[in-house]
Ligand binder design. Structure first.
Ligand SMILES: Nc1ncnc2c1ncn2[C@@H]1O[C@H](COP(=O)(O)OP(=O)(O)OP(=O)(O)O)[C@@H](O)[C@H]1O
Ligand SMILES: [Mg+2]
Length: 458
């Protein structure tokens, strides 16, 4: 049953191993806010996030920008109704990944593609346009399958697809996620299935409500984690093995380590690989800082200071474990702060409800775990806080997760700020390792140094 297959298994296993290493959080309840830190943060928010629409237009003229394009959407030969959908979303010109990937994705005969492009540069629209373009609406069975690692991401992608297809009412979609049920022996008539691996596997191979062999397009979003041994590998590979020989494969992610890329190239026959930028360049529009804290209480103080300075933007706070996330959320709520918390403990309805409220700005701060580290797109997120730095099962810096986490801000050319809370020598070492890995400075945020405050955002 899909219920047994946990879509966030990877994140959960990480959580468990981390929980063992760290033990439980415990803290006294007395608060001691640092006003210097608060004013520093305010300064940072004011100066660090100067951003306007013209800013994006300027970036679009720069050939080194991921938003740069030489083509128009018209030049991509999209179906006119899809083109209307694209303009309805407010997109004027394709981003670099869109203009580079789409000609390959739409070419005939179909061509397999492995694509890497920075967080927030429009990979979703690239593969969604390809998915919608390939549908033959006169055929009443699933032809396109898109897999996402989490429930929230599947829903988000489905919403993008529904908007793009606003003027193509003949195209039908179905979610294959927790909470959706089908009866054995029925046959799906929708053209597109968007789902998580466990549910899709059940539907395709156990209930046989659709035929993987008949698919013409197979999309793996966040492909690296989908084929990683500690990700969704088993399920994805089983699905992948049952595809027909002519099914077009599209793999997308912001990160592929070398080993995973080699594996991807092995399982995707005759693929074209597009790598737009070295991964560290994703970080150019996100200013990174670290704050030294003596322990959980000071981390808590830093978070409340950040809460007080978010301003018009919003913040996502990442914790290692759902336990820390719940603890932090409860403590903040008790102190009168309105925060949202999203962890694997919630039901799917609660999860989508929490995310919807956050998207609409009803809560300015969302506390979560790695479950939301990938793909989630909330434009107004200006700050990402790593309450705990991301580590892998060996306790080493998890640089890919770091990049995905902080990529929740700085979407589509916007500016963003990432703040890392460091409360031990171990955490400091991890911070340094991340800095070295990406070759981008993580600045020390020294709340006691007024000169430092002046320099911020300069
Ligand atoms: N051509 C475009 N013009 C304007 N905005 C765009 C365009 N393409 C995408 N966007 C917007 O950019 C944002 C980021 O896009 P998307 O979520 O697809 O990023 P991504 O590359 O998948 O990032 P991640 O690696 O974090 O998943 C979205 O809000 C989307 O609406
Ligand atoms: Mg994405």
């Amino acid at each position: 049953m899909s219920q047994k297959i946990d879509w966030a298994k990877f994140a959960e296993e990480q959580e468990k191993s981390v929980q063992k290493k760290l033990g439980d959080v415990s803290l006294s309840s007395n608060r001691n806010n640092s006003t210097a830190e608060a004013s520093l943060l305010r300064k940072l928010m004011r100066n660090g996030l100067v951003e306007s629409k013209t800013d994006i237009e300027i970036q679009r003229q720069n050939p080194n920008s991921p938003l740069y394009s030489v083509k128009t959407f018209e030049a991509l030969n999209l179906n006119p109704n899809l083109l209307k959908g694209v303009y309805d979303m407010g997109f004027n010109a394709p981003s670099k990944i869109q203009e580079t990937a789409l000609p390959t994705l739409l070419a005939n005969p179909p061509q397999n593609l492995i694509a890497q492009a920075q967080s927030g540069t429009g990979k979703t629209a690239a593969f969604v346009l390809a998915m919608l373009s390939r549908v033959d609406a006169s055929l009443k069975y699933p032809q396109v399958l898109c897999l996402s690692p989490t429930y929230e991401l599947a829903i988000q992608t489905g919403e993008v697809a529904a908007h793009m297809a606003k003027f193509c009412p003949e195209i039908e979609m179905k979610y294959a996620v927790r909470g959706e049920e089908v009866s054995r022996g029925s046959h799906l008539t929708e053209h597109i299935i968007i789902g998580t691996p466990g549910k899709v596997l059940d539907w395709a191979l156990k209930f046989r409500v659709f035929d993987l062999k008949k698919l013409t397009v197979f999309v793996l979003d966040e492909a690296d984690v989908m084929i990683a041994t500690q990700g969704h590998q088993d399920q994805c590979i089983r699905i992948h093995k049952n595809l027909g020989p002519n099914c077009q494969m599209m793999f997308f992610s912001a990160t592929y380590d070398q080993q995973i890329m080699e594996f991807a190239e092995m399982i995707v026959p005759d693929s074209i690989t597009i790598r737009l930028k070295r991964e560290e360049e994703s970080l150019d529009n996100i200013q990174q800082y670290y704050v030294k804290c003596s322990g959980p209480q000071e981390k808590y103080n830093a978070v409340t200071n950040i809460y007080g300075t978010v301003g018009v933007g919003q913040a996502i706070i990442f914790c290692h474990t759902r336990r820390t996330a719940s603890w932090l959320a409860e403590k903040m709520s008790k102190d009168g702060h309105a925060v949202a918390v999203l962890t694997g403990d919630l039901t799917v309805e609660q999860r989508i409800n929490v995310l919807d409220r956050f998207r609409s700005g009803q809560e300015k701060v969302l506390i979560t775990t790695n479950v939301l580290s990938r793909g989630i797109d909330v434009e107004q997120v200006t700050i990402v806080v790593n309450f705990d730095l991301p580590i892998d099962m060996q306790g080493k810096a998890d640089c890919d997760t770091y990049l995905h986490r902080i990529g929740r801000t700085g979407r589509f050319g916007k500016q963003g700020i990432a703040i890392n809370l460091v409360d031990s020598q171990e955490a400091m070492n991890i911070c340094r390792d991340i800095e070295k890995h990406f070759n981008r400075k993580i600045h020390y945020l020294n709340a006691d140094d007024s000169d430092e405050i002046e320099k911020i955002g300069a």
